[in-house]
Design a protein around this ligand. Sequence first.
Ligand code: SIN
Ligand code: MN
Length: 200
Amino acid sequence: MARLILRGFDIRKGHLDPATQTQVIADLRPILKSAPLFRPVTPSGKEMSVRMTSAGDLGWVTDKAGYRYQEQHPKGGVWPGIPNSILGIWHDLVSTEHEPDCCLVNYYGEGAKMGLHQDKDEADFSWPVLSISLGDDALFRIGNTTRGGKTESIWLSSGDVVVMGGPARLAYHGVDRIRFGSSRLLPKGGRINLTLRVAR
Ligand code: SIN
Ligand code: MN
């Protein structure tokens, strides 16, 4: 359970024990059933390689109309609630007084990645984004608060949790690649990244 601070990213290696990881995955199953993963398209029309869905009052979506939070799944219907096993991680590390209103679920299959970007569609940047890694290892890249400049990378493994707040809240970050099949948490392999956000 090492703690590492890299450019303000508060990285908690092994924060979730295996039993908690298994519980979170079990709690995600009904969410993926009622709000299936979809393949998002960037405003410029490019399909992303990750697949996505959300839990909470709001879900993050992107299509030709732009990046935004909305109350409905792209195929219709409201998003399922955020399970207590996931909210508990927020309570532990961020706040017991203020709840996140979005849990973005990103699924990385073989070959999926995510380019460097900022999380800036939220109304109040004083709340951190809490990131939870489950399943296969991912090479996480950290940049600066403006585009360009030197970057640093770190491998994130199943059970690692990262608090992106303060100086890291608006820093560029992304996932270069995953090590497909490196974890046995997900029976079919791949990686799930959960990000808890205060969007409103
Ligand atoms: C994200 O920035 O939305 C995902 C980061 C990650 O997958 O670790
Ligand atoms: Mn992000």
